[in-house]
Design a protein. Structure first.
Length: 762
């Protein structure tokens, strides 16, 4: 039967083909109601989260028709309402499905034969009459009654939840977390749902609460709104916010009186649900110009004023304080390294390298060997790798236990390759324990190391930095290496810059460019961007004019559609023609400033998949179809799978019957069921933010004036420095100039610098 052009369906659930216990994702046969009896005989396939449904029920579905490459038309369910069956046929099918313990197909037929359409009322109100059915005694009747009541309670709960705008997938989370108490929690403490359940935020809880009759200015609503406001600001990079700004911002978001919000801030501070830092002398919160992710709620951007109180979420306050405590502890405790004559060690490393280091490089090595906590920063081509390689060789020669780590797998792999040591991601180094929700290595159980080197430290957000620093033994040395001109961490905080600004640890800034002699366009262009040079790199209008020897080329595009065409042409034809040794999928990475738009991440992925992997059959996920051979990215940390946000892999196989796919990440294969598909996305193109800490042989960057919201100097700088061999910028020359000239960026407000300087004197 051809699917009707409707967004809703009503009919009977005939058969459940697949059911995921964890997220209630269901594939089922469904018999739609129809005026034509023949049409009603036809069955359709429905897919989606359908908690609490059973065969025989009448379902009212909302959703959309989709077409599966292998199984044809399917109705994708986004919402539903259910009714108990009213016909003898439906009741018999419902009870015979095995949903009620003690009633199989045989007893279902006997019960329905005895009570007909009155069966459900008898089970609910006159269960004693079950004993009149042949084979059902007192014990079995009691068991059936108990099972029926439990199922009815669960069913009523799902109906109640959906009445108040809770989606089927959210129903699953609520019931899984709160059990039978979910209804009472929702009625009495709707905002508790937002605090305790991942994936159900304040806006959903607020909608439910308003539907339930909560007042606009009810204290629970204002409290939840304040927490939500700080969490929203946290997503924009802030770990703290000025109290007056928080009051006005929250009052505007909640559409209520600012004086009421001010009173609730005081109450939450009193209850220690929020932390207030009152001004001390001339101390002011850290506020530095940084680029943050777009897409969040607009936040006040004024710099906190001297003497203004600052408000923090407790977890951010604790994380910053832990970092400050570690800085003081490492500076206070003597080094545990064996005696090392720093100057002699530097000369030994120079002889081993075969050239004399620059004085700044010598200083960096001396600092690392003689101070417990040091920072090394500098742009591409300034010699950071030379220093790290020399340091590792010196420490190995002295039999020092050294650990190397980086925030991402690719950064760790690159660190290992350049230094000759073993490197791991920070998460793997600290050994996350899913059962406890924390890291195995911590302050009580520090790492078994004498020297820890952390590369790409600009990516450290405040919470990961706190966990990492706590695990450093008191006698060990710590070296943070990073480029402060790159984008700041995706998570909240400004750790590397705050540590530098606090002036409590030695900092070496490498500024001499060594790769200039190789005429590296990538390096010289990156440093030109940092210095504000908006002159266009070598540019062409025709792909055929790209010079194979050049490592950076600007390909001019007239508009977004032309940009998209040229990006696809480069991936499918240009790169294979110019550099045959680069694989168009594995070695080429498209980095886009934005997710939306013609040349945004989403549309680029759809277009590149169609061009590079058009014929394979796959499985549909929330945002894309995944086919064998597709390049994919992990979107969140999954400690059970040992996969982390930003890891890139490839789909190796799909199983349409089981609804699973297999993907390989760094040589390890992992299986994903439909419930995990939301953790994946196609990765032919990714955002520039997602590329932090990684390098790729070939980088292609679409750059358009339409990206103006994200066109900032450090964004373009980060994108270009991701390219190891070749960088191709495709777009409008004016967009390049806009990005270079825009050094003004949104501010990240933190309080880490003040906590460090309040610790021990320099």
């Amino acid at each position: 039967m051809a699917p009707p052009p409707a967004s809703s369906l009503t009919g009977v659930l005939e058969r459940i083909i697949f059911f995921n216990e964890e997220n209630h994702y269901t594939i089922a046969e469904f018999r739609p109601d129809a005026a034509d009896p023949k049409a009603a005989e036809a069955k359709v396939t429905i897919v989606g989260a359908l908690p609490g449904v059973e065969c025989g029920e009448t379902l009212h579905l909302s959703g959309e028709w989709t077409r599966h490459a292998q199984h044809g038309a399917q109705f994708k369910v986004t919402g539903f309402k259910s009714e108990l069956p009213s016909s003898v046929y439906g009741i018999r099918k419902y009870l015979g499905s095995g949903l009620v313990s003690g009633i199989g197909r045989v007893y279902a037929n006997k019960i329905v034969d005895a009570f007909g359409t009155d069966t459900f009322r008898v089970l609910s109100e006159e269960s004693g009459r079950l004993r009149t059915v042949d084979g059902i005694g007192k014990k079995r009747a009691a068991s059936i009654k108990k099972a029926w009541d439990e199922k009815r309670t669960e069913r009523e709960l799902y109906i109640f939840l959906q009445t108040y705008g809770v989606t089927p997938s959210q129903c699953v989370k609520l019931v899984s977390h709160f059990g039978p108490q979910a209804k009472q929690v929702l009625i009495n403490e709707p905002y508790r749902v937002a605090r305790e359940i991942d994936g159900i935020g304040f806006k959903t809880a607020d909608r439910i609460a308003i539907n339930l009759g909560f007042a606009n200015d009810a204290p629970p609503r204002l409290d939840a709104g304040l927490i939500f406001a700080l969490e929203t600001l946290q997503e924009e990079g802030h770990t703290a916010f000025r109290e007056a700004d928080l009051r006005d911002y929250s009052a505007n978001q909640l559409e209520t009186d600012s004086k009421l919000v001010e009173a609730r801030i005081a109450a939450l501070v009193e209850a220690k649900a929020l932390i207030r830092h009152s001004p001390n002398g001339d101390a002011t919160p850290s506020s530095r110009s940084e680029s943050v992710r777009g897409g969040g709620a607009a936040a006040p951007t004024n710099t906190p004023l001297p003497g203004s109180a600052l408000i923090q979420l407790p977890q951010n306050d604790r994380a910053e304080q832990k970092i400050a405590d570690v800085v003081a502890r490492l500076n206070r405790v003597a080094s545990g390294l064996p005696p090392i004559k720093a100057d002699a060690a530097v000369k030994w490393a120079e002889a081993k390298a075969g050239f004399v280091f620059h004085e700044l490089q010598r200083t960096a090595l001396r600092h690392a060997l003689t101070h417990k906590f040091t920072v090394l920063t500098g742009g591409p081509g300034t010699g950071k790798t030379t220093i790290l390689r020399a340091l590792v060789e010196i420490l190995k020669a002295k039999r020092v236990r050294i650990h190397l780590a980086a925030p991402t797998g690719r950064a760790a792999q690159r660190l290992a390759e350049t230094t000759g040591g073993f490197a791991s991601t920070i998460h793997r180094l600290l050994k996350y324990e899913p059962a406890s929700g924390g890291f195995t290595s911590n302050e009580s159980h520090p790492l078994a190391t004498d020297f820890l080197v952390v590369d790409e430290a600009s990516m450290l957000d405040v919470r990961l930095a706190a966990a990492l620093l706590q695990a450093v033994p008191s006698k060990a040395h710590l070296l943070l290496v990073g480029d402060t001109d790159q984008l700041p961490s995706v998570g909240a905080g400004n750790v590397l810059k705050d540590l530098i600004a606090a002036e409590r640890v030695p900092v070496t800034r490498l500024s001499v460019i060594y790769r200039q002699k190789d005429q590296s366009g990538i390096v010289t262009t990156a440093h030109g961007i940092n210095s504000g040079d908006a002159s266009l790199p070598p540019a062409v209008t025709d792909l055929a004019a790209i010079q194979a020897w050049s490592d950076l080329t600007f390909v001019a595009a007239t508009d977004a559609e032309d940009c998209l065409r040229k990006v696809i042409a480069l991936c499918t034809e240009g790169v294979p023609r110019l550099w045959k040794w680069f694989d168009p999928v594995n070695d080429v990475q498209v980095l886009a400033p934005m997710h939306k738009g013609v040349a945004g991440v989403a549309n680029l992925n759809a277009s590149l998949q169609a061009a590079l992997n058009p014929h394979a059959r796959g499985l549909r996920g929330p945002t894309a179809e995944y086919r064998p051979g597709d390049k994919v990215i992990q979107l969140r940390n999954n400690y059970d799978k040992n996969l982390f946000n930003g890891d890139i892999g490839a789909v190796t196989a799909v199983d349409a019957t089981a609804g699973t796919l297999e993907a390989e990440f760094d040589g390890e294969r992992h299986t994903f069921d439909r419930g995990d598909f939301g953790d994946l996305a196609l990765a032919y193109a990714i955002s520039i933010h997602k590329s932090q800490g990684s390098e790729y042989p070939v980088v292609i960057i679409p750059l358009l004036k339409g990206h103006f919201m994200m066109l900032q100097r450090n964004l373009l700088y980060t994108a270009i420095t991701r390219g190891r061999k070749k960088v191709l910028i495709v777009g409008e020359p004016a967009a390049y100039a806009m990005a270079v000239r825009n050094s003004e960026a949104k501010q990240r407000i933190t309080y880490l610098r003040e906590k460090i300087t309040a610790g021990r004197p320099a």
